[in-house]
Design a protein around this ligand. Structure first.
Ligand code: AGP
Length: 606
C-alpha cells in the first residue's frame, strides 16, 4: 500500500528519497512523487523509475518528502499522485490512510470558493492544513488543528516553503517511524528505507506528531512534548535484498529452513515437552483458564489460522474458531469474553481489518494476542501480548516463509496450551522433537526444487485448477489455491477433499487438474478415494505425498514427495511444493512474481 519517505539533514535529499521509494516498492503502488525543499514537487503515474527519469540534475536540497500511492480515491494518475498542496501552494503533504469525511469537507471548501486539482482525500487534508497555516501559526500547529477536523486514518508528512528546515509528521492508524542518524533524520512507513542509513528508530504512536529539523526531533501529543524510547532494529539492509535469487519469492522460500530454526530458537523445552514463549509469560495463568480461542487474520494469515485451529484442538482440546478479520469485525461478539482470547495472525502487523478486529475484541474485554513478524508494528503494539515470528523481512507480496513461521508459532502455542492441560509430558517431548526436525526436512524438499520446476512446466498453460486436502491438509488446499491465484494469475479453488462430490466434481475434465494433498496420514485412504474418483472422470492429478508412497505414482499423473513427520506438522512440508509449483508456473508465464498486479504487501486500508 502507500509508502512515505522523508529526509532532513546535510546531504542531498533527492537520491535518499528515491532510494527510499524503491525500498517501499514491494508494498504495492501505482504512482509516485516527491517534494524537495527549495526545488518543488515532481510526480508521475506508474513506476518509481518513471519518476526517476523525470528528475532534473539540479533537483537537490537538504530536506524532502516522497510517496508511493496505491490508488483509493481517484485513478492512479499524475494529478492524484502525492504530494498534494494547499491553495497558496505553500505546503506539501504526503499521506497514507483514508480521510473518511473528505467528501463533506471538500463540499464545504468548494462552497467557500476552494478549487481542487485532484480526486483525492489527501488534497482535502492539504487544503485544510493550508487554511490553518494561513492564520499565521507555525506548521506543526496548523497540522494539529487541521487533524482535529478529520475522521479516518493517517500517516502523513508535511513541509512548507515558509519553513524549509522542518518536516512535520503525524500518525493515526497508519504506521510511521523516524530513523535517527548522527547528522540526519529519516521518516518512513516501514523500516526498509531507513535500514541503509541507521538502525535507531522511534515508532510514532497513534495521536502523536513529530517535528523534525536537521538537528532535532521532537514528538508531541496535542501540545505536550513526549519523551520517546529509541529502539534498535534487528534487521539489516542486506537481509532485505535478493541475495542472488531472481525473485524475492524464491529467496524467501529458500530461507524457510533457517526461518523455522529462528522461529523455534530458545522456545522448545525438550525436557518438559513444552514451549517457552516469553511474549506470553505475563498472560500464562490466564491462558491456562481460557475456554475458547478466536483466531483471526486475512489471506494466508487466515489459512495459517485454520492450520492453528487443528493444532490447538488436537493437542490441547481448547475449542478454536477461525474468522476472516474483515468479517469478524462486523459480527456480533458472543460468548464469555473473560474466558476467550482473540489470537490475531499477521505478517506485516499492519493489516487494517485485523487491527480493527483486535480493537473490537478489546472493547469486549477479551485478551488479545498477536502472532506478528514485523517488530514494533501496530498489531504487535496494540495486542496485550504476543509472539514474534522472527522470519526476517518478507518482501514478496506472496507470503511463503511468513505463512510457515505462523504455523510454527501456532504449533508452539498448541504445545504450551496442551501441556497446561492434559497433554502428557512424553507426548509433548515427541512433538518438540518433530518440530525441531522440520528445518532439515524442508531442506530436503528444497533440494528437489528442480523437479517441481519440471512438473510446473507441464502445467504452465492451465487456466483452472483445484486443490484438495482433508483434516490437517485442508488449510493447505486453500493456501495452495491462493498462491496460484495471486502469483500465477490462475483460477484455482481450494476444497475439502470430501466436498468434491457435493459440486466441484462437475468441473473435472482433462484441462482442469487437481492438486491433491495426499500424505500418508490418518485420512490417507479417504483422500485417496477422492483422487480415484477424479481420475475415473478423466481429471489429471498432481499428488503431494510422503516419501515411500510408491502407489501414488500409479494413482497420479505427477507426484511431488515430502519427507514424513507427525501428521499435524505435515502442512509445513506439503505447502512448500505448492509454493515452488506456483513460483515456477508464474516464471514460465513471465509474470511479475514479487509484485502481482493489483495487490499490495501490506493492506492498510479496509
Ligand atoms: C499472501 O500471500 C497474501 N499476499 C495475503 O493474503 C496476506 O497473507 C494478507 O494480506 C495478510 O497479510 P498480513 O499477514 O500482513 O496481515
Amino acid at each position: 500500500m502507500c509508502g512515505i519517505v522523508g529526509y532532513i539533514g546535510k546531504k542531498n535529499a533527492t537520491p535518499i528519497l528515491m532510494q527510499g521509494l524503491r525500498a517501499l516498492e514491494y508494498r504495492g503502488y501505482d504512482s509516485a512523487g516527491l517534494y524537495v525543499a527549495g526545488k518543488g514537487v515532481l510526480k508521475r503515474a506508474g513506476k518509481v523509475d518513471v519518476l526517476a527519469a523525470a528528475i532534473p540534475k539540479e533537483f537537490s536540497g537538504n530536506a524532502g518528502i516522497a510517496h508511493t500511492r496505491w490508488a483509493t480515491h481517484g485513478p492512479p494518475t499524475e494529478k492524484n499522485a502525492h504530494p498534494h498542496t494547499d491553495t497558496s501552494r505553500t505546503i506539501w503533504v504526503v499521506h497514507n490512510g483514508i480521510v473518511e469525511n473528505y467528501a463533506e469537507l471538500r463540499e464545504a471548501m468548494i462552497q467557500r470558493g476552494t478549487t481542487f486539482e485532484s480526486d483525492t482525500d489527501t488534497e482535502v487534508l492539504a487544503k485544510l492544513i493550508g487554511e490553518e497555516y494561513g492564520m499565521g501559526v507555525v506548521l506543526e500547529d496548523a497540522v494539529t488543528r487541521a487533524l482535529k477536523k478529520i475522521n479516518g486514518t493517517y500517516a502523513l508528512a508535511v513541509m512548507s516553503e515558509r519553513e524549509p528546515d522542518k518536516i512535520v509528521a503525524a500518525r493515526l492508524g497508519s504506521p510511521l517511524l523516524i530513523g535517527i542518524a548522527n547528522d540526519a533524520y529519516f521518516l518512513a512507513s516501514d523500516a526498509t528505507p531507513i535500514l541503509p542509513h541507521t538502525r535507531r528508530v522511534i515508532y510514532l504512536d497513534d495521536g502523536e506528531l513529530s517535528i523534525l529539523s536537521p538537528n532535532a526531533c521532537m514528538v508531541r501529543r496535542e501540545f505536550e512534548t513526549l519523551s520517546k524510547k529509541i529502539e534498535v532494529l534487528e534487521w539489516d539492509a542486506e537481509t532485505a535484498k535478493k541475495q542472488g535469487h531472481e525473485h524475492f519469492m524464491l529467496k524467501e522460500i529458500m530461507e524457510i529452513p533457517e526461518v523455522i530454526k529462528n522461529t523455534l530458537r530458545g522456545r522448545l523445552d525438550f525436557n518438559e515437552g513444552t514451549s517457552v514463549l516469553s511474549g506470553l509469560q505475563n498472560v500464562a495463568s490466564r491462558l491456562a483458564n481460557i475456554q475458547r480461542i478466536i483466531i483471526t487474520g486475512c489471506g494466508s494469515a487466515y489459512y495459517a489460522g485454520l492450520a492453528g485451529k487443528n493444532l490447538i484442538e488436537e493437542f490441547s482440546g481448547v475449542p478454536v474458531e477461525v474468522e476472516i478479520a474483515s468479517e469478524l469485525r462486523y459480527r456480533r461478539f458472543t460468548g464469555d469474553s473473560k474466558h476467550s482470547i482473540l489470537l490475531a495472525v499477521s505478517q506485516s502487523g499492519e493489516t487494517a481489518d485485523t487491527l480493527e478486529a483486535i480493537r473490537i475484541a478489546k472493547r469486549h474485554g477479551m485478551l488479545t494476542l498477536g502472532i506478528v513478524n514485523v517488530v514494533g508494528s501496530s498489531i504487535a503494539r496494540e495486542t496485550d501480548a504476543g509472539v514474534y515470528n522472527h522470519a526476517g523481512p518478507e518482501i514478496s507480496v506472496a507470503s511463503t516463509k511468513g505463512f510457515i513461521s505462523q504455523i510454527i508459532v501456532l504449533a508452539l502455542i498448541a504445545l504450551m496450551l496442551g501441556r497446561q492441560r492434559s497433554l502428557q509430558k512424553a507426548k509433548g517431548r515427541g512433538l518438540a522433537r518433530f518440530l525441531s526436525e522440520l528445518p532439515e526436512k524442508v531442506s530436503e524438499i528444497l533440494g528437489r526444487k528442480d523437479m517441481v520446476a519440471e512438473v510446473a512446466k507441464r502445467y504452465a498453460s492451465m487456466q483452472n485448477a483445484l486443490c484438495i486436502g482433508r483434516k490437517f491438509q485442508y488449510p493447505v488446499a486453500f493456501e495452495g489455491a491462493l498462491k496460484l491465484k495471486e502469483v500465477a494469475y490462475l483460477h484455482a479453488e481450494g476444497y475439502g477433499a470430501g466436498e468434491m462430490k457435493h459440486g466441484p466434481l462437475a468441473l473435472i475434465e482433462s484441462s482442469v487438474p487437481t492438486i491433491a494433498l495426499l500424505p500418508m496420514d490418518s485420512v490417507y485412504e479417504k483422500t485417496r478415494s477422492n483422487v480415484e474418483e477424479i481420475r475415473a472422470r478423466g481429471g489429471k492429478v498432481i499428488a503431494v505425498t510422503t516419501e515411500g508412497n510408491e502407489a501414488a505414482a500409479r494413482l497420479a499423473d505427477d507426484v511431488l514427495f515430502v519427507p514424513t513427520t507427525h501428521e499435524a506438522f505435515l502442512p509445513v512440508l506439503t505447502v512448500i511444493p505448492l509454493q515452488l509449483f506456483t513460483y515456477y508456473i508464474a516464471k514460465e508465464r513471465g509474470l511479475p512474481i514479487d509484485k502481482p498486479r493489483n495487490l499490495a504487501k501490506s493492506v492498510t486500508v479496509e
